[in-house]
Write a protein that binds this ligand. Structure first.
Ligand SMILES: Nc1ncnc2c1ncn2[C@@H]1O[C@H](COP(=O)(O)OP(=O)(O)OP(=O)(O)O)[C@@H](O)[C@H]1O
Length: 621
């Protein structure tokens, strides 16, 4: 077994993204999002919404005061207007500017704090949910995709919806107030100005959605491309990549994906530009028409200079507000797609690991009765009719070729998955009756892809039972049992930070990490110890010694060992040979050799290999 790679390729989602959810569902999502925003911070939500709405009335107020000022100035040419009255209007205008900047300052501050609370609140919900999901959920590519996307975009999306919604309400207020001013200039002016705003916005909106959909379609390929890039930047894989020299191959594939994306982007940009140009032509014609109508009234002396200023400034105000309004709608739509993904994830059923009776005391016997198992979303049983019993003080070894089902069997025993057929009895009682959590507390395990936690050596050991993090003697004992005495020579002993991820971390060798994982196994006071081929980085002699020590340490506990090394396997009291998910032989080492079957054949094969390469290692056993 090699050390586990950090990056993992996962297949594409099984179902397409949920873009066709009905309008009612979208409305429900919108309400749910608002609830989320409100719950994150009722105070900042209110301040943010209030300041935004108040600020939205200011453009119309500014236009109106500007109109009054211009009219007064025009009147002043004929006399009868005092300086004071002009100053008063100027004062009002300055007051509006000050009010505007005050409102936007408060609005920005509350938006930032609301965003922070939201990000924290949603991240918390995602992490809570992830903690409650079954292992099965993580092995499902669709669920895993949802989790990744939800977590990646948690900083921007929920706040995006809140900001756009408030912006939408604000735009409606501005549109209504400025629109009322424009409407006073003639029947057709407002409709024409509104119409002129539409083409550009519709085009940008349409292509915004198209761009988003393009990115969604590219999600899977982009992940493959990212994965390829990560292979070139991975610290754990650099040795293998250099040695086999497949960098050019990776780069070529990485670039092929890029070129595929580029073609799609170019098509989109070309179409968007052409339609965008046509839209601006249409807008210019409509504005020209509206201007002609207003100028006709001006020529007839029906409108003042101030009115005309409202028309000129109002056009750009209306255009930018309509653009904001429609972009807000499409932005909300896009963000709601993300929110649906988030809600889908948050609505996934939890696996309540505490549901069921609480298991008390040691596990003295484990009995598999006709156990079968099929992974979700697959159509093949990977275990069938598995029967065996193991008792206190016994060590059971599982042997079989790659893919035979050994790890799956351990996943069932440790209640990470539940059998799809048959049952597992613990001390004669159906394990399904008991809460997985309470049963798991009786088990300690070291997996083949055990964790290398970028924390201190002490934490690497004690997280097996966090309630005993302060148990210094216990940690030291576990370290000693695991033969991980090297930690004493680390700069800060057990408190040395490990791994390369963070500053000051010490990197360990594969074998050293394994010994620490072994210490973790020993640290937990459990009545069942499981070794899922953890000794890969140890040589045959070290593995033999480790397992021999384990047998001594295990005492009267139940031990389960998965190993491909027969020198280790033979130390077990009972050996089960799995083939294609079925037990084909079982018995002690001697019994199985005498049987002259599968086990004996595999044993002979390996013994011959050792005899050729490591004669003294075999001879000494
Ligand atoms: N999450 C999963 N979803 C679907 N199939 C799986 C999953 N994990 C394992 N399998 C399949 O189940 C079968 C048994 O796998 P398992 O990991 O139990 O084998 P193993 O005997 O432990 O192999 P190895 O010696 O290589 O570790 C294999 O065919 C494997 O492809």
């Amino acid at each position: 077994m090699t050390a586990p790679p950090r990056m993992e390729y996962r297949p594409p989602p099984i179902t397409p993204p949920s873009e066709s959810v009905a309008l009612s569902k979208r409305t429900a999502d919108l309400l749910q999002t608002l609830r989320l925003v409100w719950q994150a911070s009722p105070y900042h939500s209110s301040v943010f919404a209030l300041t935004s709405l108040l600020g939205s009335t200011l453009p119309a107020a500014n236009l109106y005061v500007g109109k009054l000022l211009l009219n007064e100035i025009a009147k002043a040419a004929g006399g009868g207007v005092t300086y004071q009255s002009l100053l008063l209007l100027l004062g009002v205008q300055v007051g509006l500017v000050v009010l505007g900047s005050l409102l936007s300052t408060v609005q920005n501050a509350s938006q930032q704090l609301l965003g922070d609370s939201l990000q924290h609140g949603v991240s918390r919900q995602i992490l809570d949910k992830a903690s409650g999901l079954s292992v099965e959920a993580f092995e499902n590519a669709e669920t895993y995709d949802k989790l990744q996307q939800a977590y990646r975009e948690v900083g921007s999306r929920p706040l995006g919806v809140a900001t756009q919604l408030v912006g939408l309400a604000g735009a409606a207020v501005t549109l209504a107030s400025v629109g009322a001013l424009l409407a006073s200039l003639g029947l057709w002016v407002l409709p024409l100005v509104l119409l002129a705003s539409l083409p550009g916005v519709i085009i940008s909106n349409r292509f915004g959605v198209a761009g988003y959909q393009m990115l969604r379609r590219q999600t899977h390929d982009a992940r493959v491309q990212n994965y390829l890039g990560s292979l070139l930047t991975s610290d754990t894989l650099v040795k293998e990549v250099r040695l086999f020299g497949f960098e050019p191959y990776l780069l070529k594939r990485w670039r092929e994906y890029y070129l595929g994306f580029r073609v799609q982007l170019e098509t989109l940009v070309r179409r968007r530009s052409a339609w965008g140009f046509a839209a601006s032509l249409g807008s210019a014609l409509l504005i020209g028409l509206a201007s002609a109508l207003v100028l006709r009234r001006a020529a007839a002396g029906q409108i003042t200079v101030g009115d005309f200023s409202i028309f000129v400034l109002g056009i750009s105000q209306i255009q930018s507000t309509v653009a904001g309004l429609l972009n807000g709608v499409s932005g909300i739509y896009q963000n709601l797609l993300y929110m649906r993904n988030l809600f889908d994830f948050l609505e996934l059923p939890d696996r309540d690991l505490s549901a069921g009776e609480v298991w008390q005391g040691d596990i003295d016997t484990i009995e598999f009765q006709n156990v079968g198992f099929r992974y979700p979303l697959t159509d093949r049983d990977v275990l069938r009719g598995v029967n065996f019993t193991v008792r206190r003080g016994e060590a059971l070894a599982l042997v079989g070729e790659n893919g035979a089902g050994k790890t799956t069997l351990v996943k069932l025993l440790t209640r990470l998955f539940e059998p799809t057929g048959g049952r597992i009895l613990l001390n004669g009682q159906d394990a399904a009756r008991f809460s997985p959590r309470s049963v798991q507390q009786q088990m300690s395990i070291i997996f083949q892809d055990f964790g290398q936690y970028q924390m201190s050596a002490r934490e690497n050991v004690a997280i097996a039972e966090v309630s005993r993090l302060g148990d210094a003697a216990g940690v030291e004992r576990a370290v000693e049992q695991a033969g991980a005495a090297y930690v004493d020579s680390l700069p800060q002993g057990l408190d040395t930070p490990l791994g390369r991820l963070f500053q000051g971390g010490r990197q360990l060798s594969g074998g050293q990490w394994q010994r620490l994982a072994l210490a973790r196994l020993y640290f937990r006071a459990a009545s069942v110890l499981v070794f899922d081929e953890p000794t890969a980085a140890l040589d045959a002699r070290a593995e033999f010694e480790t397992i021999e020590a384990l047998r001594a340490e295990a005492g009267d506990r139940i031990t389960l060992i998965i190993s491909h090394r027969f020198s280790t396997v033979r130390l077990a009291d009972k050996i089960i040979v799995l083939e294609g998910g079925v037990i084909v032989e079982s018995g002690s080492h001697e019994e199985l050799l005498a049987l002259q079957g599968k086990y004996a054949a595999l044993y002979d094969l390996q013994a011959r290999g050792y005899a050729a390469s490591e004669p003294e290692a075999v001879a000494s056993r």
